[in-house]
Design a protein around this ligand. Structure first.
Ligand code: ACO
Length: 209
């Protein structure tokens, strides 16, 4: 196994309830499929274009193969594929990818959260827990994220945990069927005072459960 994997993060309490983050697993399939099928309009504009129909890609039967791909990347130390739980129930994913060691010690982070529980701090808490883990147990120096300029909720989440804007990546990623510009944001370990989660607690956005 690799530094910081597997791990269970949290809980951190926000308006929605208790948020924890832990590795994805086989029995997430039912909730994953139900939410992803119901929330297509909420998710599709912001996510990498996939092959095949949304319905086929998110049928419950698609989960085992998707999961085994994620777990194989995790075993190689390239990825941390995690589920976000709200009060013990699967409600989204937090993924750290392209983990590079050596003199970079860098990765990207991304997330989605079920529409039903949006706007009550779940993504912000999960991202803070994930970042603290990246800079802690995983031993990374830099974490970046990319977001479409039009994705105002996600830009708010990134800003609220302390990400810094680095620039605009033109025609960067194939999202929702086209090459889309993305804003690049980043954070290095030295920029974090205490921990990212502690900062949310200090500013009244979260509480330790
Ligand atoms: N304009 C501006 N800000 C908004 C808007 C809006 N229309 N709607 C919501 N917000 C703000 C909220 O006010 C809140 O900020 P605040 O705490 O300062 O008030 C913030 O957006 C949302 O924070 P949370 O409640 O922690 O986030 P939530 O749990 O609702 O999840 C997320 C947000 C992840 C973007 C969710 O809506 C989602 O899954 N969207 C679809 C997929 C997606 O966009 N994923 C992110 C891709 S980019 C990346 O992964 C780096």
């Amino acid at each position: 196994s690799h530094p910081g994997w597997p791990a269970k993060l949290g809980p951190l309490t926000v308006a929605a309830g208790n948020v924890t983050v832990r590795p994805v697993r086989l029995r997430d399939g039912a909730a994953w499929s139900r939410i992803r099928l119901a929330d297509r309009a909420h998710l599709e504009p912001w996510e990498p274009t996939g092959e095949g129909s949304w319905a086929a890609r998110h049928h419950i039967s698609a989960w085992p193969a998707l999961l085994s791909g994620l777990k194989s990347e995790a075993r190689k130390g390239h990825m941390l594929p995690m589920a976000i739980e709200l009060d013990g129930h699967f409600c989204g994913q937090l993924t750290v990818g392209n983990i590079v060691r050596g003199a970079l010690r860098s990765a990207w982070i991304g997330y989605w959260v079920a529409k039903e529980v949006n706007g009550r701090g779940v993504a912000t808490a999960a991202l803070a827990l994930g970042l603290d883990h990246c800079f802690g147990g995983v031993g990374l120096h830099r974490v970046e994220a990319t977001v479409r300029p039009e994705n105002l909720p996600s830009k708010a989440v990134l800003r609220n945990v302390g990400f810094r804007e680095e620039g605009l990546l033109k025609n960067y990623l194939d999202v929702d069927g086209r090459w889309r510009d993305h804003v690049l944001v980043a954070m290095t370990s030295g920029e974090v005072q205490g921990s990212v989660a502690d900062r949310l607690v200090r500013t009244g956005r979260a509480a330790w459960a």
